[in-house]
Design a binder for this molecule. Structure first.
Ligand SMILES: Cc1cc2nc3c(=O)[nH]c(=O)nc-3n(C[C@H](O)[C@H](O)[C@H](O)COP(=O)(O)OP(=O)(O)OC[C@H]3O[C@@H](n4cnc5c(N)ncnc54)[C@H](O)[C@@H]3O)c2cc1C
Length: 457
């Protein structure tokens, strides 16, 4: 192979870190590296709830890939199919056209989407909290509801607009509910009549919130949420959603115009299109992160089922940023080893713990089995995020935003993104049309032919 073509799909924790490790390991000009992703930024999703509450600007958590990569070509678009026979990724460009991207080694790291459930009304009415656009939209929507409620004399409309239901007791749901509750408290200074009407609910089918934190910290999280004024309801979920109510499985009907759905992530549908074994949609890979039977294709992150060699409790690595970033280092090394014909390494990582920012000065952290709460946890949580963002510019922006907020307080003006006519449901926001293996093969062959006609061999 003269100049191997390495294609990485996805610019998140897995994909972007893979590219950066490859750039460090491969001498200048020794390989062509391409990164395929729909957006030209890496989203630092653990801080998204702080964007939803307006504590951080969207730019602080969206790091330009062009600034972070030195020798990699950026291909804008979604990978919608993979022709593994002819080693081609089919990319749908932002213009809607399909384009072929040939590879010698492929790393798939497309992450996941908000998980849908077969609940009447969910796909039409539920808001997501997973993408940057959703976080910005959510803030606008919540503030818009308060404004409209304040302007209404109808007590029923006021109640519906001032009630917010978050589904999911994991870190996304807990942090989103806590941050947006604080945003509402800040906004309520402007709307004193609404103070007693604003209600936040957090519901989960599980018997506890944040099970990853263990029993003691989990109970603490529950108390902190309740002290903040969030009504937490466990062992229930949503039975039905309409434009003006949420019906729970215990029969309670909550008059409400905002359901925020954070109940899990489903792996990118791209993984199923390969026609290879998957585990609940995650593409199965070996401990060396390669796809069995496809030695040139690797997969990591939330969309891959990676054997967890360091844990006796879970067979597969959890879908977290921590694991995706660590897998990136191993996969980059293995791509290089496979090109050089060297043996591949197995991925092993011991979980470091979890940090949860409940906004204000409340935080919880479990680091290497040490439990922290209060200010020490807040210090560790914020320090961890600052160290983990891969860009000095973003680091500076985040610290500056926290500093400005501490001095000036919060800002509660809407930006106008949640106005009529814009898609709000997470399904409309995150939808992409994928190709199955056969269609990808046909599209790949047709596209390669067109390219040859255009440019010659
Ligand atoms: C609100 C929130 C809070 C979180 N908090 C934490 C936390 O505190 N700690 C923690 O460890 N984890 C946290 N996570 C989880 C963490 O963000 C994920 O586990 C991590 O992002 C997974 O990395 P990834 O590379 O697999 O996917 P992602 O980081 O999601 O990256 C996927 C990339 O692929 C791109 N993409 C998607 N489809 C395609 C396609 N078809 N073609 C090309 N590109 C595509 C996306 O645009 C994106 O660039 C949180 C997640 C959310 C949403």
């Amino acid at each position: 192979m003269s100049r191997p073509r390495i294609v990485v799909v996805g610019a998140g924790f897995g994909g972007l870190h893979t590219v950066r490790h490859l750039e460090r390991r491969i001498p200048n000009g020794a390989a062509d590296i391409a990164l395929v992703a729909p957006n030209d930024y890496m989203l630092y999703s653990p801080l998204l709830p702080q964007v939803a509450s307006g504590l951080l600007t969207p730019q602080s958590v969206a790091m330009s890939v062009h600034r972070l990569m030195k020798k990699t070509r950026f291909v804008p678009g979604y990978a919608v199919g993979v022709d593994t026979q002819d080693h081609t990724v089919v990319v749908r460009r932002p213009t809607g056209e399909l384009a072929p991207v040939p590879y010698d080694r492929l790393v798939l790291a497309p992450g996941g989407l908000t998980r849908e459930f077969d609940i009447p009304g969910l796909t039409e009415h539920a808001y997501g909290a997973k993408t940057l656009a959703e976080a910005v939209l959510l803030r606008d929507h919540v503030l818009g509801q308060l404004e409209l409620a304040n302007d209404s004399k109808d007590p029923i409309e006021r109640e519906e607009r001032c009630r917010f239901v978050v589904v999911g007791g994991g870190y996304t749901g807990v942090e989103t509910a806590a941050s947006l509750m604080r945003l509402c408290q800040e906004a309520a200074h402007l709307y004193p009549e609404l103070r007693s009407v604003i209600r936040w609910h957090l519901v989960d089918i599980a018997p506890k919130v944040l099970p990853e934190l263990g029993d003691r910290l989990g109970r603490k999280a529950l108390n902190l949420l309740r002290n903040l004024g969030i009504e937490v309801k466990l062992k229930v979920t949503v039975r039905e959603v309409t434009a003006d109510k949420v019906v729970l499985t215990d029969g309670r009907a909550l008059p409400c115009r905002t359901l925020i759905w954070t109940a899990g992530v489903s792996p990118s549908p791209l993984m199923e299109t390969l026609g290879k074994p998957t585990m609940r949609g995650r593409l199965e890979v070996g401990a060396d992160l390669s796809v069995p039977g496809e030695p040139d294709v690797f997969a990591i992150g939330d969309a891959a089922a990676v054997p967890n060699l360091s844990s006796a409790e879970s067979a597969y690595c959890p879908p977290t940023a921590q694991y995706a970033s660590r897998q990136a280092a191993t996969v980059a090394q293995n791509v290089v080893n496979s090109i050089l014909g060297r043996p591949l390494r197995e991925f092993k990582h011991k979980d470091m713990g979890l940090v949860v920012d409940l906004s204000g000065s409340d935080a919880l952290a479990r680091i290497m089995q040490f439990d922290l709460s209060g200010l020490p946890a807040l210090g560790v949580t914020r320090g961890y995020h600052v160290m983990s963002v891969p860009s000095t510019t973003a680091r500076a922006r985040i610290i500056a935003n926290w500093g400005i907020r501490a001095v000036t307080g919060g800002e509660v003006a809407r930006m106008g993104f949640a106005d009529e006519g814009r898609p709000s449901s997470f399904v409309a926001n995150e939808k992409v049309d994928y190709l199955d293996a056969e269609s990808a093969r046909k599209a790949g062959a047709r596209l390669r032919e067109n390219e040859e006609d255009r440019y010659g061999d």
